[in-house]
Design a protein around this ligand. Structure first.
Ligand SMILES: [Zn+2]
Length: 662
């Protein structure tokens, strides 16, 4: 399991259970060190103290010691260099590289261990993250390893969700550690240190653009109102306490105009930008800050080895970093190795880039989304704090869109929406890499659950099979399967996929925001359908739409359903549904009149091949309005093999060649 996939709960549990400082079994290179040696090292000056601390107290989920990799060493060197130069250290690092655990939580525990009278505030994006940070810091400080290194550091009361109190002299009432969300209200006590931890996120940067500027205002507000000023060192006076009046920031970019963009443009900050190289084989480093200060900034290999000789030769030149072209006062400082221990080797990074190049660029190359790049910039305003619906308002139509994928895109997406002339509600999303059989089972479930007015299946071959078999069987669902041919209509601003955003901009849609509540960051990479859907609508560019990739399957399925919904709203009366072949007439709630029953019976009986029992079954399922057995039996029995072949076999023809239609 990759570190970024590990839920924070597991890390906390691992920390609680396994943090034990075994003098004989830490790292081999420490074999000669006694506990006293290590105690001395974690109290020493310089970055080595911190790195020793992390490696001595922290274990990963496999109970293995964590080794500080080059990237983590770079963060520490950067913040120390900035502290010396009275600049605010800011690090932009790739996703999943230990920002919150190895930088924020362990750094906080380390600072408090060395100086329990410090008051530290961590500002982060969500309430859940604020709690997680608090729990992780307190579990580190309660661990055996920590207690062996710092036996004098003790809690003065049990930690709460957001606060830790340590025994200390003076300021007994103030918490030693507080975690707050970026938008939490109220001014708290004064603090000595503020750590700004991943405050910009998908939600407040891309989903809700109006919140973007509030993030920066809130960070600046906290710094202004709560941080004690840093005292100047004066000859003959006692030096000010270490890290007092200190701010440090770490995060990943999302949008040009996010908080990090503001830091990159402002002279008070010195930003270390770590970006995956074009070949994914190393990490390019650049630093952005005041020009005069940057002259003496060390090279990348120096910041990881901590040999600051400004006359030394530079390391290998990095690729062109976008950040160098965008900001006047920026300097390329070389490259550092990938975090292979953390699971990020070149192959893995390459795979993730192929999966989703734009996402890779955003999260790992620090190339944020720019204004106008999102294909659906108004999606966020249609996400409301409501649970997914379980019923549909009376008088609304329900349509299902299905993107069956192909060999180049082995995913299938099913979207269910409902609406009337003026409103649309997103009901359900399903996503998987299914065979034809499984796909039809999924459609069956969807059909049973929502009794849709239309099932729109893209790709004519599959649709044709379904209708052909359905007509033979006179199954009522044939009237609900609709073909959808994608062609030049796709990018049509009025009818194409972009038209969805026009409706979003008029607040015509409602997406159930609570479908995402509690889902961790990166959930979409684990295949969560709701998170994949949200990410697709938030981050898809118009370029992505032209080149139909996996990531837009959910959007395409939504669009197919939407096209049919619009037709229904326009052309069909609210009392019933007329199939284009005129064969079946059923109202959408499954209630039919006696006349309907007679007509349906005549149609069914017209097929001489049927036994009376079959006629009765057909009639029953037609009249019930929920012909699930028809779906499953007909599709699975008659079609499964053929569909499986088509979906898995390259020779399947039209079904697989849908790329050509775009
Ligand atoms: Zn999710």
């Amino acid at each position: 399991m990759r570190p970024e996939d590990i839920p924070i709960e597991e890390l906390v549990a691992a920390a609680e259970e396994s943090l034990s400082f075994d003098e004989s079994a830490v790292f081999e290179r420490w074999a000669r060190d006694t506990l006293e040696d290590i105690r001395r090292r974690v109290r020493g000056p310089g970055a080595d103290a911190y790195h020793t601390f992390v490696e001595a107290v922290f274990r990963d989920e496999n109970d293995d010691p964590v080794e500080q990799a080059e990237i983590h060493r770079a963060w520490e060197s950067h913040s120390r260099w900035c502290y010396q130069h009275r600049l605010i250290p800011t690090v932009l690092a790739p996703w999943g590289h230990g920002k919150s655990v190895q930088r924020v939580c362990l750094r906080v525990a380390f600072m408090l261990a060395r100086n329990p009278s410090l008051r530290i505030l961590v500002v982060t994006n969500t309430d859940a993250n604020a709690k997680n940070r608090t729990r992780l810091v307190s579990s580190i400080m309660a661990s055996d390893g920590f207690k062996k290194l710092f036996p004098d550091v003790e809690f003065s009361r049990p930690p709460t969700d957001y606060e830790i109190h340590l025994k200390r002299r003076g300021r007994a009432g103030d918490p030693s550690f507080t975690a707050r969300t970026i938008f939490s209200k109220g001014v708290g006590a004064r603090v000595d240190v503020i750590i700004v931890d991943d405050v910009s996120d998908l939600e407040n940067s891309l989903l809700k653009p109006a919140e973007r500027s509030k993030v920066g205002m809130s960070v600046k507000g906290a710094t202004k109102s709560r941080l004690v000023p840093r005292k100047k060192e004066r000859p003959g006076r006692r030096p000010p306490r270490e890290w007092t009046g200190y701010t440090e920031q770490i995060g990943t970019r999302w949008h040009d105009e996010d908080w990090w963009g503001e830091c990159l443009r402002s002279g008070a900050y010195c930003t270390l930008v770590l970006a995956m190289a074009q070949d994914n084989g190393r990490i390019n480093c650049a630093v952005v800050g005041p020009a005069d200060a940057l002259e003496s900034y060390p090279w990348a290999y120096q910041i990881i080895q901590r040999t600051f000789d400004p006359d030394e030769a530079p390391g290998p030149a990095p690729d062109d970093l976008p950040v160098l072209q965008r900001y006047e006062s920026a300097k390329a400082i070389g490259t550092i190795p990938l975090w292979e221990e953390g699971g990020y080797d070149q192959e893995e990074m390459g795979r993730r880039e192929v999966d989703d190049p734009r996402w890779h660029n955003c999260g790992r190359r620090q190339i944020p989304y720019s204004e106008g790049e999102q294909a659906f910039p108004h999606f966020g305003q249609c996400v409301h704090k409501v649970e997914p619906r379980i019923t549909v308002p009376s008088g609304w139509y329900v349509t299902v869109g299905c993107d069956p994928g192909g060999t180049t895109r082995p995913g299938n997406a099913i979207a269910v929406i409902a609406g009337n002339d003026s409103e649309r509600v997103f009901l359900e999303i399903r996503l998987g890499k299914w065979t034809g059989t499984e796909l039809s089972e999924q459609l069956t479930e969807v059909f049973q659950r929502w009794n849709p007015d239309a099932v729109v299946v893209e790709t004519n071959a599959l649709q044709a099979y379904l209708v052909e078999i359905g007509m033979l069987a006179k199954a009522p669902w044939t009237s609900r399967v609709r073909p959808f041919h994608t062609g030049s209509n796709k990018m049509n601003p009025l009818e194409g996929v972009p038209a969805l955003d026009i409706e979003f901009s008029h607040n015509a849609w409602s997406f159930p925001g609570l479908a995402w509540s509690g889902h961790p960051q990166g959930h979409e990479e684990q295949g969560c359908p709701w998170c994949v859907l949200r990410r697709a609508f938030v981050t898809t560019t118009r370029q992505d739409l032209r080149h139909h990739t996996d990531r837009v399957d959910t959007i395409m399925a939504t669009w197919f359903a939407h096209r049919r919904l619009i037709q229904l709203c326009r052309y069909v009366g609210a009392v019933g549904f007329v199939g284009s072949d005129g064969s079946v007439e059923i109202d959408r709630y499954g209630n039919v009149t006696e006349e309907d029953v007679k007509r349906i019976r005549r149609q069914i009986e017209a097929d001489d091949e049927l036994t009376p029992k079959q006629v009765a079954d057909r009639l029953a399922s037609a009249v019930s309005g929920a012909p699930k057995s028809e779906w499953s039996q007909v599709v699975i029995d008659s079609l499964s093999e053929e569909i499986d072949d088509m979906m898995l076999d390259n020779s399947g023809g039209a079904l697989l060649d849908d790329e050509d239609d775009w």
